[in-house]
Unconditional design. Structure first.
Length: 182
């Protein structure tokens, strides 16, 4: 039985990136601007030229920083990449079927902000909160988690997108309950 201000465990999806279970979607989905974070200009939905042509490995991964790809080091999909690859596309990849590329990258661009919001809500779940805030946290978390989602449309549903839009307004209300580190 949870104590007042706490609730039963919220069932969050996996929120840690595991590149070995993804189809290198981040290396394809996003554009690069040639600047301090990326040494090259790359268009949206085009594979990075440093991506191995035979697999989903980066050919310069060990040297990303010295080669001018700090943006790759800083990036995390928060588990959205493997969820897209394994759940929404059942392990099929854009290399197996190039027609999947725009669909997979669109799915990553939809799921990543949801997973980032869930990371914040997961941290908030450890706080001792008043019942009303705890209930709102649970509602937002459960709506965004889309536990039975098997299609990108499940994540584009109006209630999911509305919950995502509510997170930036919800988070500042948690400030009084955050205990400063020692």
């Amino acid at each position: 039985m949870p104590l007042p201000g706490q609730s039963a465990q919220i069932d969050f999806p996996e929120l840690t990136a595991d590149c070995s279970r993804c189809a290198a979607l981040c290396c394809v989905a996003y554009p690069f601007e040639e600047d301090e974070d990326f040494a090259i200009l790359k268009e949206t939905d085009h594979p990075c030229p440093n991506l191995s042509p035979s697999c989903f490995n980066c050919t310069i991964h060990a040297d990303l920083d010295t080669r001018g790809f700090g943006g790759c080091i800083a990036y995390s999909c928060a588990g959205a990449g493997q969820r897209v690859t394994e759940v929404l596309f059942q392990g099929e990849t854009w290399r197996d079927d190039p027609d999947l590329l725009p669909h997979m990258t669109h799915a990553l661009r939809v799921l990543r902000p949801i997973h980032e919001a869930l990371l914040i809500l997961q941290a908030a779940a450890a706080l001792t909160l008043p019942d009303a805030l705890r209930a709102e946290l649970t509602r937002l978390s459960e709506t965004l988690a889309v536990r039975d989602g098997t299609s990108i449309w499940d994540f584009e549903e109006p209630e999911v997108q509305a919950a995502l839009a509510q997170v930036p307004e919800f988070v500042p209300r948690l400030a009084p309950y955050v205990v400063p580190r020692g």
